[in-house]
Design a protein around this ligand. Structure first.
Ligand code: F6R
Length: 614
């Protein structure tokens, strides 16, 4: 949940670290800090509460020189966001500084033991235990720092990506990881370090993605040496990462979220490129071709995910059950991992994650693999952890998503799930030829239809102004649009802090209808699909109780124009593809309400893009 950056080379480290922190701010932004070793081998640590920009102000006028440094942007787990709890943390002698992303589960026990040895703690963090433990072992064993780190980490239970600098060794970064990501960039006589590739990509494309239980020593002269915590040497694989810096910038939009909403037509074209072929009437996913028999033999599919990815998983269930006739269960990864889940070797698990780093999803995958299931990953972040622990999978190829609220990753996931369902149904030979052709044609038209919806941006911005008063919202949909209602409500609550609930429209009368009065905005997804008349009846029920209805309707639906207070028109498509179109006005409505309320849409409070803690 935190962001880590590091540098050792010939350049001044400070500007590289600050730029890197800005790129990683999506991972956490309640405090930030950095450590630099200057030319006199002095180790300076600076940290502040709040965003990276606060850190920049704080460092102004202070010594920010040095060609080696580490930096951190925090999302608090242990200890409130404060200057004291911000990273880096000093060791007792102040010779070592350490940054950490993750959670040390046995920190209380370790802390007690260190306190008994006379070590004083200044912060409330679990992280501070690490830096004291490492120095304590280093002094006790009179060993070298790398061995001390190894011995210390072998005593630690939990998740970590750490980076350490030592003023007695001012050309070396020591880093290690378990369950939290860490990438090393290899430049020309210089080395970079980060939680993901985004802070590194403008300097070098050559990267090492550190694996679990690995420790790397990055030395200016001797380069990168990697070994396992049990001391076995490893030859690291250097990968070339093709990421465009332009994709990381806002490109003229006021927020990343709006940019990412507007990118969706292009993103989905990329996602389908080489997979959906309208001329040949075909859908191909390499992972299905390579694992056809395993997938055809699946008794059941279990989809594991969290948050927005869980919502796309629910749409996946509807798609796969409709087209492939395979039973599908959709589970929150966090629940799956801690209940007595029944999984057998004939089950196929689909793990969905934008970041590829979600701790609960990773743990659920591990459990499913232990029980013999075949695991298929659907991820966005290339080189992240989930694609490395799954048997196979498909990337969604929508480019880096920086806004904390997921938008283009959601539609990308739904697109991959649609292709998955169609390709598997074809492999099973159970989809009618005409239906298959219709689906391919409609799927290929989706990007243009999304463009049409995006034209309503100004209208939705006006509508948002009317609803900034609201303290609650209800979102209702049926069939394929029920998960869209859930996703619409989640988008609104996470960025505007308005309480919102999504329900299957027919469920309303079993309880939530009691909430409806003239103050309550109710968003209906009421497109003309097979459940249209039923949704209209549900709308009548809300109207009768004076609820304020915002309806997502198909173009030219005059009946609903009269019934609803406000309508947003979207183009028609087949039922199963409606989520790709109807989710767009949900995203825009949430975005504009949050902007009207003056909220930080890209970095909403308490949230982080990559949830690497459970
Ligand atoms: C909401 C959102 C989160 C994530 C969830 C899972 O906008 O982004 O709900 O969907 O934290 O994250 P990933 O997909 O990275 O596993």
């Amino acid at each position: 949940m935190c962001g880590i950056v590091g540098y050792v080379g010939k350049q001044q480290a400070y500007p590289i670290l600050i730029k890197g922190l800005h790129r990683l701010e999506y991972r956490g932004y309640d405090s930030a800090g950095l450590a630099l070793i200057n030319a006199n081998d002095e180790l300076n640590v600076y940290k502040t509460k709040g965003k990276v920009v606060n850190l920049e102000h704080f460092v102004e006028g202070k010594d920010s020189t040095g060609c080696i440094g580490i930096a951190h942007t925090r999302w608090a787990t242990h200890g409130e966001p404060s200057q004291i709890n911000a990273h880096p943390h000093y060791s007792k002698t102040k010779n070592i500084a350490l940054i950490h992303n993750g959670i040390i589960e046995n920190y209380a026990d370790l802390k007690k033991k260190l306190q008994a040895k006379g070590i004083e703690f200044v912060s409330d963090t679990d992280t501070e235990v690490l830096v004291h433990l490492i120095e304590y072992i280093y002094q006790r064993d009179k060993s070298n720092m790398v061995t001390a780190v190894q011995v210390a980490l072998n005593q630690v239970i939990g998740a970590y990506a750490i980076a350490i600098i030592d003023r007695n060794n001012p050309e070396t970064l020591i880093v290690a990881r378990k369950s939290s990501p860490l990438v090393i960039g290899i430049g020309d006589g210089e080395f970079f370090l980060a939680s993901d590739a985004s802070p590194i990509v403008e300097y070098t494309k050559q990267m090492i993605f550190l694996d679990n239980d690995e420790i790397a020593v990055i030395n200016l002269k001797s380069g990168v040496k990697v070994k396992k915590l049990n001391n076995v040497e490893v030859t690291p694989e250097i990968k070339e990462v093709m990421l465009d810096v332009g994709q990381l910038e806002k490109g003229g939009y006021p927020h990343f979220m709006l940019k990412e909403i507007f990118e969706q037509p292009e993103c989905l074209i990329n996602c389908m490129k080489g997979r959906v072929n309208v001329d040949l009437n075909d859908v191909k996913l390499a992972a299905i071709i390579d694992n056809k028999q395993t997938l055809l033999n699946a008794n059941r599919i279990v989809i594991l995910a969290c948050g927005t990815s869980w919502h796309s998983g629910l749409i996946g269930k509807y798609l796969i059950e409709t087209f492939c006739k395979i039973p599908v269960d959709v589970e929150y990864a966090s629940e799956f991992r801690y209940r007595n889940s029944v999984i057998s070797p004939n089950d196929v698990v689909i793990a969905i994650s934008q970041s590829g780093e979600t701790a609960d999803t990773l743990a659920a995958i591990e459990l499913a693999r232990e029980k013999g299931a075949f695991v298929y990953g659907i991820c966005n972040a290339v080189g992240s952890s989930i694609p490395r622990v799954t048997h196979t999978g498909s990337y969604i190829h929508v480019g880096p998503e920086i806004g904390v609220a997921s938008t283009k990753a959601f539609t990308g996931q739904v697109t991959v799930l649609t292709m998955f369902a169609l390709a598997l149904a074809k492999a099973k030979n159970i989809i009618e030829h005409d239906k298959f052709l219709e689906m391919i044609k409609e799927l290929s038209l989706i990007p243009d239809k999304i463009r049409e919806v995006l034209k309503h941006n100004d209208k939705i911005a006006d509508l948002a102004k009317i609803f900034t008063y609201a303290r609650n919202f209800i979102y209702l949909g049926r069939g394929y649009c029920f998960p869209v209602a859930l996703e619409g409500a989640l988008k609104l609550k996470e960025i505007s802090y308005i309480h919102a609930e999504g329900y299957p429209a027919a469920e309303m009368k079993h309880g939530p209808i009691a909430l409806i009065d003239e103050e309550m905005p109710v968003v209906f997804i009421a497109t003309q699909n097979s459940l249209y008349e039923k949704v209209v009846s549900n709308m009548q029920e809300v109207k009768a109780r004076k609820g304020r209805i915002i309806a997502i309707v198909n173009k030219g639906d005059h009946k609903l124009q009269e019934l609803a207070d406000y309508c947003i028109e979207v183009p028609a498509t087949v039922d199963s593809l409606e989520p790709l179109i109807t989710s767009i006005p949900m995203q825009l409505l949430a975005y504009h309400i949050a902007v009207c309320k003056g909220k930080n849409v890209d970095q909403p409070r308490n949230l982080a893009k990559s949830v690497t803690v459970e």
